[in-house]
Each structure stands twice: as structure tokens, then as C-alpha cells.
Design a protein around this ligand. Structure first.
Ligand code: NAD
Length: 486
């Protein structure tokens, strides 16, 4: 059985220490192991990345030379991405159709930020002072620590790594202890593409052990984190010790607001994709269905028909429509939240724990609850699973208030054939992203991120590279300095 070991200074470390099992969620059996790194590996990885930042080919590369290296990485990914598919599926159980879709386009995030690196030039600043010019120079931070979750390890890593490298930083990655394999296979390819040693190091293990040691390390200059709001708080606390800036991409409880004048089939597709793709394990999962009373019965009937027909199965089988949840603790969390919703009095129209009965592995099928109240756990807390909660509304104001009655603010959907109403409601909803008659798209050119408990900072978009840069203002006098004490 393969043991995945940390990657530091361009090579996989030999490993004699403790390991953590990687469990295949489709069968519940161990398929590989991963090194349980601690403070000493964190220290080695950060020191090596700091050296690569200060000396050697990366340190002396111009932005356009760095862009060439990112393009070479993108070229390698275009040829070799299929090698990454199986390790990710064995680790997190995401179905092959979705993983292949993500990985066939993995190169495009790196190409986008390679192009952004080529645009980096000093910027002349406006100032009102005579005979003095000021120019802003873009400085990379140094060592960036990137901490990723288990749901889409390589896509989320790309959103961090591509802009961080384009900006000239070096990066130490800590993938989820549940899903480290694909990150290490990717790192092998990145070095094969010519990325200099130390520019991308990977340490594996538990968040509160090696993750926190990375964040607290005195040479860490910036942290970018995607995960739960609990993990985000811990990371922000640890980063505050060294006054290290953080970007936090956290959870969500995203509303789908459906008006009676919507295109019903279009809306059904959007709501289904919002909550049941990746088995609900996406940060933007549209888990709260807020539906105008006159269309509720028709919409729910159609959703139930479609959800009942979805095929649970092996994530490696392209015919599978619902794959397992990613790990056993998560299965316990999702099933206990379903049980709590029933105990709280919500009406379970479709029970995915029943659908999945008798299946080996960590399966829960699509689950739909009606008669939900805003004070219920199911309405307030992130399930991160295939569980949809429904509340009807009568007025536009009520719909916006229900959408905003959440501690989170990551994404939202609005479904209506009235463009002015769509724009009004989008304007009224507090979240980092709103989709109108559409759901779930992400693109390198459009920023993504949250407000409230969904985090702060933005990934992607033309400004994302600046999240990994600091401005140094350089002032130059062009006339003699007058005597200050004439
Ligand atoms: P998690 O917070 O448990 O773990 C995320 C990562 O943080 C893991 O690598 C973990 O080891 C590490 N970690 C945990 N505690 C740490 C600590 N004290 N110090 C340093 N590192 C620590 O989250 P998860 O369960 O892996 O992921 C699911 C969560 O991620 C969900 O809440 C989901 O909404 C969120 N998510 C958000 C986005 C987004 O873009 N906003 C995208 C995907 C997932």
C-alpha cells in the first residue's frame, strides 16, 4: 500500500514516522496512507520555501519568466491531468464525471494567472505635492501557507497557488488529512514541469498539529485558507500572533429564491445542480429553497421526481449520479443533522438515509425537507451534504429577508422571468455571489468569496494576484529640498 510522504525542496521525503489512513469512501476501506507531519516538517518546509524565495532561480525570475513557468505547468497539466483523477476519487469519493470535468480544465487557472503576472508593472501614483513623483511597486509577501479542504482539493489549490506563484511568492501547502494524495501527485507534475525546488512544498497531517505549526511559523508571511468557519477562526487566531494577513474562504448556507414567474424546468435544473452536485459537498450548495407560495407545489413535485430518479453508485462509474459522502465523520454529521431536522418537526419528503440503506461506503442520497422553520438547525447550519430545506414566501420583501436571515453570505440564486425583479432581489441579498437564472459557475475572471461567517478576501478575478502582493510606495524628489528652518 502506498504511503504519501511530504514534498520538500523538490523531493519526496523518506518517512518512518506516524501515518494517517486514507479511506476510500465508496468502500470504507483503506487504500493508502499519508505522513502525519508535525512542527519539525513544518519548519523544514517553511525554511526551504523562504530560501527559494530569497535565492536561486525563482528569486531572480522576472514576472514574465515566472509566467513562463506557470504556463509550462499548465502545459504539463493539459497532458497529464488524467493521472490525478483516480487519487482524488479514492480519497474523497467525488464522481468521475465531475472530477474529469474539473481536471480537464485545471490548466486554465494557471494560464489565467500567468497572464496576470505579465501585466504586473509599477504604477505611477497621483499626488498633490509639487516636484515629487511617487510610484507603487508590487512586492510578493514571501512564504505563503495554503490550507485546503477535502471537497475539491486540486481546484481549490489552483485558486490559491496560481495567483500566489504568479505574484512571486513561494508556497507551502497543507492539504486536508483526508485527501492529500492528489495534491502530492500534482506536486510531482509541477516539478516535472520545471518549477524550481522549494517554490512549492507540501506537508501533510492534522490541522491542529502541522497546520497550526505552519501558520504560527515566524517566516510565514501570508495565509490563505479554505475550510469550515471553525477552522478559519483557529487559523485567523494563530495568524494574529505574527500579524500575518489571512484570506478565509469558509462555509455557506446559500439561498435559492424562486418566484412564481420562473421558467420551471430551468429552475428545477438549477436547484438540483445547486444542492445535489458533488452530493451537496460544495461551499456554494444552494441548501435553502425559498419559494413563492403559488409555485411551491409544482416545483417540489418536479424536484422530488427528479431527485428520486438519481442513481447512487460507484464514483468511478460514469453512469453514477450520486457518489458517497467524502468520509465517515462527515457521514455521521450529515445523518445526525437529518435526524435532528426530523426531531425538530420538519417534514422529510425524501429521505436519503433510507435510499442509501444497505450500500457499502458512506452513502446518503438526495434528501428534501418541507415544513422547515427559520429557527431550525437545518435552516441555520451548514450540512455540506445533499439536504434541501424548503420555506415558502408571499412577498418579495419576505423573500429577501429570509435569504438574508443567515450567519453566512457566500452565494445565492434568484429565479424569475422578470429581469427588473431579478436585479432588485440580487441587490437586496447579502452575499459574495448572486446568480440570476443560473447557478454555480466559477471562472478565473470572476472573484469568489464570502461575507459574514463565509469569510473575507476574494479569490479569482483580476485583483486576486494583488491579494498575494503588497505595495511599496517609492517617492522621488525632482527639485531641491527647501531648507525646513530658514
Ligand atoms: P476544515 O476546516 O475541517 O479543514 C480545512 C483544512 O484546514 C484542512 O486541511 C484541515 O486540516 C485544516 N485545519 C483545520 N484546523 C486547523 C487549524 N487549527 N490550523 C490550521 N489548519 C487547520 O474544513 P473541511 O471539513 O476540510 O472542509 C469543508 C468546509 O470547507 C465546509 O465548511 C465548506 O463550506 C468549506 N469550503 C469553502 C469553500 C469556499 O470557497 N468558500 C470551498 C470549499 C469548501
Amino acid at each position: 500500500m502506498k504511503t504519501y510522504t511530504p514534498f520538500i525542496s523538490g523531493a519526496f521525503l523518506p518517512w518512518q514516522g506516524e501515518t494517517i489512513p486514507s479511506i476510500d469512501p465508496a468502500s470504507g476501506t483503506e487504500w493508502s496512507r499519508v505522513a502525519r507531519c508535525g512542527a519539525s516538517e513544518a519548519d523544514a518546509a517553511i525554511r526551504d520555501a523562504d530560501l527559494a524565495f530569497r535565492k536561486g532561480p525563482w528569486a531572480s525570475a522576472t514576472p514574465s519568466e515566472r509566467a513562463d513557468m506557470l504556463d509550462a505547468l499548465a502545459d504539463t497539466l493539459e497532458i497529464h491531468w488524467e493521472e490525478l483523477v483516480e487519487p482524488e476519487i479514492r480519497d474523497n469519493g467525488k464522481r468521475i464525471t465531475e472530477v474529469r470535468g474539473q481536471f480537464a480544465g485545471l490548466h486554465s487557472w494557471y494560464r489565467y494567472f500567468a497572464a496576470e503576472a505579465r501585466k504586473l508593472t509599477p504604477e505611477t501614483q497621483d499626488n498633490a505635492i509639487p516636484n515629487v513623483t511617487s510610484v507603487g511597486h508590487w512586492l510578493p509577501y514571501g512564504v505563503v501557507v495554503a490550507i485546503t479542504p477535502w471537497n475539491s482539493p486540486l481546484m481549490i489549490l489552483a485558486w490559491k497557488l496560481a495567483p500566489a506563484l504568479a505574484a512571486g511568492n513561494t508556497v507551502v501547502v497543507k492539504p486536508s488529512e483526508m485527501t492529500s494524495a492528489s495534491t502530492l501527485e500534482f506536486t510531482r507534475l509541477a516539478h516535472q514541469s520545471g518549477l524550481p525546488p522549494g517554490v512549492l512544498n507540501v506537508v501533510t497531517g492534522l490541522g491542529h498539529e502541522v497546520g497550526e505549526a505552519l501558520v504560527r511559523h515566524p517566516l510565514t508571511r501570508k495565509v490563505t485558507f479554505t475550510g469550515s468557519d471553525f477552522g478559519g477562526r483557529k487559523v485567523a487566531e494563530a495568524a494574529s500572533v505574527g500579524v500575518v494577513p489571512t484570506t478565509l474562504e469558509l462555509g455557506g448556507k446559500s439561498p435559492q429564491v424562486v418566484f412564481a414567474d420562473c421558467d420551471l424546468e430551468n429552475t428545477v435544473n438549477g436547484v438540483l445542480s445547486g444542492i445535489f452536485l458533488s452530493n451537496g459537498q460544495t461551499c456554494v450548495a444552494g441548501s435553502r429553497l425559498i419559494v413563492e407560495a403559488p409555485v411551491k407545489d409544482a416545483l417540489v413535485t418536479r424536484l422530488l421526481e427528479r431527485a428520486r430518479g438519481l442513481r447512487l453508485g460507484d464514483p468511478m462509474d460514469p453512469a453514477t449520479q450520486v457518489a458517497p459522502l467524502a468520509n465517515e465523520p462527515h457521514l455521521r454529521k450529515v445523518t445526525s443533522m437529518i435526524a435532528q431536522a426530523k426531531a425538530d418537526g420538519a417534514d422529510c419528503l425524501l429521505d436519503g438515509t433510507q435510499t442509501a440503506q444497505g450500500m457499502r461506503g458512506y452513502y446518503v442520497g438526495p434528501t428534501i425537507f418541507d415544513q422547515v422553520r427559520p429557527d431550525m438547525q437545518l435552516w441555520r447550519e451548514e450540512v455540506f451534504g445533499p439536504v434541501l430545506a424548503i420555506i415558502p414566501f408571499d412577498t418579495e420583501e419576505e423573500a429577501i429577508a429570509l435569504a438574508n436571515d443567515s450567519d453566512y453570505g457566500l452565494a445565492a440564486g434568484v429565479w424569475t422571468s422578470d429581469a427588473a425583479k431579478g436585479a432588485r432581489v440580487a441587490d437586496g441579498i447579502l452575499s459574495g455571489t448572486v446568480y440570476i437564472n443560473h447557478y454555480r459557475s466559477v471562472d478565473p475572471g470572476s472573484p469568489i468569496g464570502g461575507i459574514k461567517l463565509s469569510g473575507y478576501g476574494r479569490e479569482l478575478g483580476p485583483d486576486a494576484i494583488k491579494d498575494f502582493l503588497q505595495v511599496k510606495s517609492v517617492w522621488t524628489g525632482t527639485a531641491p529640498v527647501p531648507d525646513p528652518f530658514p
